[in-house]
Design a protein around this ligand. Structure first.
Ligand SMILES: Nc1ncnc2c1ncn2[C@@H]1O[C@H](COP(=O)(O)OP(=O)(O)O)[C@@H](O)[C@H]1O
Ligand SMILES: [Mg+2]
Length: 454
């Protein structure tokens, strides 16, 4: 996925998001520029800072969806978070630095999973060996006797026999024929009450590295446990994997990926922008969050439990309706850090028709598939789809414009009776414009009713 060109990225996004070409183009260029930057000589690479983006557009037109799809597409550390989650440093709540810590935790886990994948086979081999050792231990020379050539000979012969039985046993083990047999294994005793006190304190800053440090300081006690082979395999493979993985390497890799390729999607940015400057008296706490955001966007070092993380080259993509507050109401320093602004347009009836039918996960396709599992062959006629799109448009105009979200409530209403029927009416069920109207006409006529139901 690293090698997608901007055009290919747009093409991938096209599979899920209708229209909004400007936004797609902007994010695809930004993503590609990360890769380009990596190829620069080191001196220049440090100089090139990411061109952060603000996506501006009404609700329900695809802002969050673009971010979501982008994160699946780009195989890079990606965090999506609402700006409204944060409170100013010094107040109760989450401080903005926590987003870098979240991204770090996520990425470390991800990189660790990758590393696990690589040693999976090796860990499984070791695990199977361990289980076999318990079921059918290899012979040892008897202690009491003097270990002479004859004794070694005896051990050798016995070992040969046991090896061949182990082979057969291994086969059974792999076929899952021994899953429920009980064996006794040594497990690490993880019940260390001390750790929980710290973990439960909820102080992110304090927690950093502390429990990790403690767990390495405390002596690892071993405890005997009787478990099924299935369970033993789960426990042992995790232990063996931990031993095989080079955690230092994992951390180095994870932090380098965050620092060079990380993307943070800041949703609802406009909600921390106050229009106070215009309507008298600035909103202190919102501006405080902006002030806290600034150093992170500009580039700072955030201490995480896995070590310091530089934010200079993390790409920020922000989004918001900016209905009341405008980007120019942000504190000037922050404005300067988001040089790229793209507007997403509100959706028309034609867009709705496409959204209903075209994306890979289109709503219509979802309902057809859902009912298909009960042998209902749901068929939406073209005129029905036009009718749904047109109703969505009308309701958006007459009540509140919530964009494509409206389609979900309308369709749900349209198929309600069909979904409710038990046992389902098997076979072909056709939905045409008339059916759509009959389901919705009473609701649409009454504006108050549509406010509640649609
Ligand atoms: N342009 C679009 N193409 C396809 N689906 C869309 C589009 N805009 C919105 N949707 C759908 O509408 C819903 C809300 O979109 P979302 O991206 O969350 O809106 P917002 O712009 O408020 O972040 C999602 O289920 C999404 O799939
Ligand atoms: Mg959104």
């Amino acid at each position: 996925m690293q090698d997608l060109s901007p055009k290919q990225i747009v093409k991938e996004l096209d599979k899920y998001i209708i229209g909004q070409d400007k936004a797609k183009k902007a994010v695809s260029i930004a993503l590609r520029n990360r890769i380009r930057r990596q190829r620069l000589a080191e001196e220049l690479r440090e100089e090139v800072s990411p061109k952060n983006i603000i996506m501006i557009g009404p609700t329900g037109v695809g802002k969050t969806e673009i971010a979501r799809r982008l994160s699946n597409l780009a195989d890079v550390p990606f965090l999506k978070i609402e700006a409204t989650k944060f409170t100013e440093v010094g107040y109760v709540g989450r401080d903005v630095e926590s987003m870098v810590r979240d991204l770090t935790n996520m990425t470390v886990n991800l990189v660790k999973q990758e590393a696990m994948k690589k040693i999976e086979k090796e860990a499984m081999d070791l695990t199977e060996d361990k289980i076999l050792d318990i079921l059918l231990p290899m012979p040892k020379p008897k202690r009491a006797k003097k270990v002479d050539a004859a004794e070694w000979d005896r051990v050798g012969q016995e070992a040969e026999k046991i090896l061949s039985s182990r082979e057969k046993l291994l086969e059974k083990l792999r076929q899952g024929k021994l899953e429920n047999r009980m064996i006794e294994i040594d497990v690490k005793d993880t019940s260390a009450p001390m750790l929980e006190i710290f973990a439960g304190s909820g102080m992110e800053g304090l927690d950093m590295g502390l429990s990790d440090a403690l767990s390495t300081m405390l002596p690892q006690k071993l405890k005997k446990r009787k478990v099924t082979i299935a369970e033993a395999r789960r426990i042992l493979i995790s232990e063996e994997s931990q031993k095989l993985i080079d955690m230092e390497e994992v951390l180095k890799d994870a932090i380098s990926r965050i620092e060079n390729q990380g993307i943070i999607f800041l949703d609802e940015l406009d909600k921390v922008v106050s229009i106070g400057a215009r309507s008298g008296g600035p909103d202190v706490s919102r501006e405080g969050v902006q002030r806290d955001l600034l150093p992170i966007v500009e580039g700072t070092v955030v201490n995480t439990r896995y070590g310091p993380v530089k934010t200079n080259h993390i790409l920020f993509i922000a989004a918001g309706t900016f209905h009341d507050a405008k980007p120019s109401d942000m504190i000037p320093e922050l404005q300067g850090r988001f040089p790229i602004r793209v507007e997403l347009s509100s959706l028309t009836k034609d867009d709705f028709i496409q959204i209903l039918t075209e994306p890979q996960n289109a709503i219509i396709k979802q309902y057809v598939a859902l009912l298909g599992t009960e042998e209902v062959d749901l068929r939406f006629q073209e005129d029905a789809i036009h009718e749904i799109a047109s109703i969505a448009s009308t309701v958006n105009d007459s009540t509140e414009n919530i964009g494509a979200r409206r389609l979900h409530t309308i369709i749900e209403k349209v198929v309600e009776d069909i979904s409710f029927e038990t046992p389902p009416r098997k076979g072909v069920v056709v939905i045409d414009a008339e059916y759509v109207q009959s389901r919705l006409k009473d609701i649409i006529k009454n504006e108050d009713l549509s406010r509640y139901i649609l």
